[in-house]
Design a protein around this ligand. Structure first.
Ligand code: GAR
Length: 190
């Protein structure tokens, strides 16, 4: 079934709920991608269990800055025929050497309506700024953090009673839908 699907690698650092959603969606007929590899910079990332439970190979690399390691990663990606890298809660900045080796084939999800609220503590800042809407964005990764061409955004209206917690839950739910759609959009141009 997955024979003709496009192989993707998912990079995580923690919980991995986006990874889980991607694995679930990848098994649906309407999605044309397959999670072929999971890479984490954190050996204790909870999300690694989703790879294990689904028999997806996973690797830990703590240092992405050495060219030697980057070259090693790219050898593995090539072997696995990975066409797209999807950062999903991957809290490490990839250096220009890494980005150049996989040009225009690295995407990221961020819990805000970019270009607004790049960086950390998004929901807290959104509430403080009394925004009417929030949401998530999937974008190509560039040298700047949470920057790069937008692929897709999904938004929701903020209610008066919303808190950091409720926004996190609601936006995460949107992320789980948005990421697979964005991947489809990207791979349809391959
Ligand atoms: C997600 O909300 C993702 O958008 C965010 O980290 C969370 C990871 O959750 N990423 C960023 O903030 C990137 N700047 P997950 O590990 O459950 O997928």
């Amino acid at each position: 079934m997955s024979k003709n699907k496009v192989n993707i690698a998912v990079f995580i650092s923690g919980r991995g709920s986006n990874l889980k959603a991607l694995i679930i969606n990848s098994k649906k007929k309407k999605f044309n991608f397959k999670v072929a590899l999971v890479i984490s910079n954190n050996k204790d990332a909870k999300g690694l269990r989703h790879a294990k439970n689904n028999k997806i190979p996973s690797l830990i690399f703590e240092n992405f800055d050495s060219k030697l390691i980057v070259n090693k990663i790219f050898k593995i990606l090539k072997k696995k025929r990975v066409m797209l890298i999807c950062l999903a809660g991957f809290m490490k900045i990839l250096n220009p050497y890494f980005l150049n080796r996989f040009k225009k084939k690295i995407i990221n999800i961020h819990p805000s309506l970019l270009p607004k609220f790049k960086g950390l503590n998004t929901h807290q800042r959104v509430l403080k700024a009394k925004e009417k809407y929030t949401g998530c964005s999937v974008h190509f990764v560039s040298k700047k953090v949470d920057d790069g061409k937008i692929i897709l955004k999904k938004k929701l209206k903020i209610k008066k009673k919303d808190t950091i917690k409720t926004l996190e839950r609601k936006v995460l739910k949107l992320e789980h839908e948005a990421y697979s759609k964005a991947i489809e959009k990207v791979i349809s141009n391959f």
